[in-house]
Design a protein around this ligand. Structure first.
Ligand SMILES: Cc1cc2nc3c(=O)[nH]c(=O)nc-3n(C[C@H](O)[C@H](O)[C@H](O)COP(=O)(O)OP(=O)(O)OC[C@H]3O[C@@H](n4cnc5c(N)ncnc54)[C@H](O)[C@@H]3O)c2cc1C
Length: 490
């Protein structure tokens, strides 16, 4: 589509009412991206964002369906058709205000939410063309208006209640809980184990997908609102939940500690030098900025030549693409099912391929091989075939006996998932958990302990940013309610 054609359509939208047929004719607006060859050697954001023209044209593709099936696909029920209509009209402030009614972190969600399996999956336009890539790009539109938000609006805080809330963990769930409880006038403190706030948004998801300045802006809003932030504070080690409540005077606690414990495969050679959990690899690279080692940062990271990343989710894609940027000559993504079953976002798979990551599907390591110095030299893999669907609904991978072969590598990154860290469990009597170590909560995110709430990955297992935010919101509403009643009684 030429620029003139784009301008013509925008004019038409102002003068005539567009029919559904007109809207179907507008092609999906691609988002400009950094060239794949150039971006292999930098950590700048890959997708550079819509221009105003792109955004308005994309918004014009929306049919404004009365039943708005997209909203049903959104875990926090943003009024999607309203914000998209506001973009169509060029009223970007209104569009942002509509989004912010339900989502506090639109610049984050517009970038990392898996819209293709949420709001966009149910979009009528995509369904009409029987092609999900033709759905209205709701996520890109959300990002567009969020990025225009130059002047941050600091939410109003109610008069001080004198009640104290402890938020444990500063991931998306913790950020939302802190904002919503502070708005109600409570004295809120976030306790964070790391030296930096943001949770997976800063230590896991790489800069090239989510610039850290965006997360910092949200943290700055919290401090402007009067939320206190205490870093390098490990609840369960520095203080227990019981101490926070009984000795330090906190009236309510939100546990949002995520699922930060990496899973390993339990195969021979996993403790060799050069085997990393994806968590360690990404934390060094992102949070500690190891990509800038020797120039701006003092955290080293192995300079690998040949890297195998094991797994097929977002974490695996992030690890593989980070290895590319750290200068690896070959990066192999080894996954035991096929691309169809990969849990990673389609966009991430596409970007990884563009950047030269080689996909080894239907393969998985049987052991890691090392040299006399205990350094990784290769992985021995088995080939797999797919059987019947398992409990996850995906076809079960079945190893093919005698199919062993080796891939020469000097680094192996295990990205097969994360589980709950047992620290809170080991140090909090009376808190109930399921068999996987996730905290049990009711529909208000209340735990088995009075005044203690929980949400995000520690409840759901490794899930998504938007689900963690949604639970943070539910928990904050319940905490506000609980504290209002507590105050009345006192
Ligand atoms: C590499 C990677 C990529 C991902 N990509 C996506 C994506 O593209 N889209 C998406 O929607 N989701 C993605 N996810 C998942 C998503 O990031 C998580 O679901 C989400 O961050 C969970 O939020 P949370 O608030 O529960 O906790 P987290 O973000 O995990 O934050 C928990 C915080 O608690 C702190 N903490 C832990 N224990 C303690 C303690 N004892 N005391 C004090 N603080 C503690 C941690 O240091 C951390 O800062 C990804 C995850 C990873 C690891």
């Amino acid at each position: 589509m030429t620029d003139e054609e784009r301008q013509e359509l925008l004019k038409k939208q102002k003068t005539d009412k567009l029919t559904p047929a007109d809207r179907y004719k507008i092609p999906p607006q691609d988002m400009p991206e950094q060239d794949p060859v150039k971006r292999r050697s930098n950590v700048n954001e890959v997708a550079t964002g819509y221009t105003e023209t792109h955004a308005r044209l994309e918004a014009m593709r929306c049919l404004q369906c009365k039943k708005a099936p997209c909203i049903k696909g959104c875990p926090v029920q943003i009024k999607i058709q309203d914000f998209v209509a506001a973009i169509c009209d060029g009223d970007f402030k209104k569009a942002l205000a509509v989004i912010k009614e339900n989502s506090l972190l639109p610049a984050v969600c517009g970038r990392v939410c898996p819209q293709e399996v949420q709001c966009q999956q149910t979009c009528t336009v995509g369904l009409k063309f029987k092609d999900p890539t033709k759905a209205v790009s709701i996520g890109r539109l959300e990002r567009f208006v969020a990025d225009l938000d130059q002047e941050e609006i600091i939410p109003t805080v109610a008069p001080e209640t004198g009640m104290k809330v402890a938020v444990i963990g500063s991931g998306p769930g913790g950020i939302v809980t802190a904002a919503d409880t502070r708005r109600a006038g409570h004295d809120v403190t976030i306790f964070e184990a790391f030296h930096k706030t943001g949770g997976v948004l800063v230590y896991g998801i790489p800069e090239f997908r989510l610039p850290k300045a965006i997360v910092q802006k949200e943290i700055d809003v919290l401090t402007e609102m009067g939320v206190k932030i205490v870093c390098n504070f490990v609840v369960g080690r520095t203080r227990t939940i019981e101490q926070l409540m009984k000795e330090d005077g906190f009236d309510a606690v939100y546990i949002g500690v995520g699922a930060g414990l990496p899973r390993f495969m339990g195969i021979e050679g996993e403790s060799l030098v050069g085997v990393f959990s994806a968590n360690e690899y990404l934390t060094r690279a992102n949070l500690m900025k190891a990509y800038d080692f020797g120039k701006g940062a003092d955290t080293p990271i192995v300079r690998s030549k040949k890297v195998a990343v094991i797994g097929g989710g977002n974490v695996a894609m992030d690890s593989a693409r980070t290895a590319v940027r750290l200068g690896a000559e070959k990066v192999y993504l080894v996954y035991r099912r096929t691309e169809k079953e990969m849990p990673a976002r389609i966009e991430e798979v596409h970007h990884a391929k563009q950047e030269g990551v080689e996909f080894h599907i239907l393969q998985s390591p049987k052991r890691v091989i090392g040299d006399q110095n205990s350094r990784v030299t290769a992985i021995e893999c088995l080939k797999y075939r797919l059987g019947e669907p398992d409990e996850s609904g995906r076809r079960r991978p079945i190893p093919i006996e005698g199919s062993e072969f080796q891939i020469d590598v000097d680094t192996c990154i295990i990205a097969i998932g994360n589980i709950a860290n047992p620290l809170i469990r080991q140090t909090t009597a009376g808190l109930e958990f399921n068999k996987w170590g996730n905290i049990l909560v009711d529909e208000n995110c209340k735990t088995s302990l009075d005044g203690v709430y929980a949400g995000g990955d520690i409840v759901l297992g490794a899930a998504t940013v938007i689900l963690a935010m949604g639970q943070g919101r539910i928990a904050a509403a319940a905490i506000n309610d609980y504290l209002a009643k507590k105050k009345q009684k006192s």
